[in-house]
Design a protein around this ligand. Structure first.
Ligand code: 13P
Ligand code: SF4
Length: 301
């Protein structure tokens, strides 16, 4: 039996469904029932009828799946797959802002631990951050932990006082404007598509800024034949599948998220067989951390 056949058999036996982020290895994306960006996957998790969800991505994704579907068994193929940015804010900093700005809304990127979500008023993903922040009644906003997405939101919603902390994605933050300039010189017809986790000088070069699914949609619907893509290289699998005749260029220091790439077919088989690596949160954390996620889903309707 191939690994793919083994996974299909185990899925049927365990009433399981496999969700994968665009950044995981293509071999994992191939066995997934659903592939998407953080927003799509978190919304989807709530509506699924299977009793078990295998979440192929980093920890905060499995945790968010569990927070939104508490009665389900949520399996994470590798507990070590952890987004470094998900920890990049301190409680005392959030408390300091809360004291200084009595009407503050703490807006938390979904790329954060469940504990950080408990300090927050609402979550966002890169696909809905602008819409959610614009719809909040508060004028003073503290955006945690990603400074780049936070600054992007601040530019898009100038009527609000959006403040940021100093977290960043180590993969997107090192994509450089120079690399994109070189690519643009070599391929002048190519449009530049940028994830908002990239730094300001990279975002300034963009023809389009959006989440991973936004980038895929733009490239698929646009008539252009060549695109320069500033995000993690895992999206090339879906980009190429949807657009076999178009060409996609990535920065030469190819952006790869090592945590996303730790998910393998063997690890999926292992958690399906054993039921190990269940996302489990204390009742206290779960009760509070799910509220900003639910508010996000409500505000992004
Ligand atoms: P999106 O899934 O919102 O595009 O975010 C990318 C990311 O970094 C996920 O870890
Ligand atoms: Fe975290 Fe960046 Fe990896 Fe996304 S790409 S999981 S933000 S380190």
């Amino acid at each position: 039996m191939t690994k793919q056949e083994e996974i299909a058999k185990l899925k049927a036996e365990k009433d399981a469904v496999i969700l994968a982020h665009y950044y995981v290895d293509p071999a994992v994306q191939e066995v997934a029932d659903y592939i998407g960006d953080s927003f799509y996957l978190s919304k989807l998790a709530q509506g699924l009828t299977n009793s078990t969800i295998v979440f192929c991505g980093v920890n905060f994704m499995g945790e968010s799946g569990k927070l939104l579907s508490p009665t389900k068994k949520v399996l994470m193929p590798d507990f070590h797959a952890d987004c470094p940015m998900a920890h990049m804010v301190r409680k005392e900093d959030v408390e300091r802002y809360r004291q200084e700005y009595p009407d503050l809304a703490v807006v938390c990127y979904i790329n954060s631990t469940a504990e950080i979500k408990t300090w927050s008023d609402v979550c966002v993903t890169s696909a809905n951050a602008v819409k959610v922040v614009r719809g909040l009644p508060n004028r003073d906003i503290l955006f945690i932990p990603d400074q780049n997405l936070g600054q992007y939101v601040a530019q898009q919603v100038p009527e609000k006082n959006v403040m940021v902390v100093d977290g960043y994605c180590p993969i997107h933050n090192v994509i450089s404007a120079d690399e994109l300039r070189e690519l643009k010189q070599a391929h002048p017809k190519a449009e530049i598509l940028v994830h908002p986790e990239c730094p300001k000088n990279v975002r300034e070069m963009a023809d389009f800024i959006g989440s991973t699914s936004g980038i895929i949609k733009y490239a698929t619907e646009n008539e252009g034949q060549e695109f320069i893509v500033a995000t993690e290289a895992g999206v090339s699998y879906e980009l190429q599948k949807k657009n076999p005749n178009k060409t996609f260029y990535f920065p030469k220091t190819t952006p790869i998220c090592p945590d996303m790439k730790t998910i393998t077919l063997d690890k999926i088989i292992h958690v399906l067989e054993t039921g190990e690596n269940q996302a489990n949160l204390s009742a206290e954390v779960a009760a509070t951390a799910k509220l900003p996620l639910e508010r996000m889903l409500e505000l992004s309707k």
